[in-house]
Design a binder for this molecule. Sequence first.
Ligand code: GLY
Length: 264
Amino acid sequence: MTASYRFTHAITRKPSISITGGLRAVDIGTPDLAKMLAHHADYIAALRSTGAEVVELEALEAFPDSVFVEDTALCLPEGAIVMRPGAPSRLGEAAAMAPHLRALYADVRKISGAESFIEGGDILTTETEVLVGRSARTNASGIVELTALITDWGHRVREVFTPPGVLHFKTDCSLLDGETILATQRLAASGCFDGYRVIQTAEGEEACANTIRFNDLVIMPAGFPKTRDVLGKAGFNVREVGNTECAKLDGGMSCLSVRFTPRG
Ligand code: GLY
């Protein structure tokens, strides 16, 4: 398998003016679009600095949360799966992503069951398995359908559980390398990462668990110095990117891109 953190491509989408109406668990303030655009540009620059090709899609005003492209697709080396977001206001985002996946992949499949819901934020792909967290956005039927769609590509799906009250599985964890996961204490305690090496976010810094390993960089939200230093001491090349505005909508580093290496 291609290393689970080596990518030739990423797709991002510009934040829309309608982002101020994006979904959020708790209202902690209106996102500042200008600041979000500046952070978004820094994020794309970090991805590009690793040598990857980054596709920047235009904003979709009809979909306030569409900057969070990760939820619309799962990309594997063999092909891509168009997701079926569990948030009704986000369902149409997946269809808008499909043509961009078809431009890069010969094999694009989709979650289509009327009762199936699954969002990319609930999926963590490691070197050996695809972990999918059941959540308020991802249900058992969505996981069963995903399993059927990727088994012939040689991928093994393991159902896990997103902690109650947490938006997505990856809100609380990230892949750091082939065998290492960054996770909050509450998720690590569930035992779902047994067999992996786990680095826990520092106390009070749980909000930085949504970080990404992208080629040689670990791209993490700025403002979490204790965890940053732990990762640095562990030998990771950390790049901090501002995330204050996306955080108001429960978004983090993984949410802002779909990352992949199409085979062939
Ligand atoms: N605001 C991101 C989401 O709720 O999907």
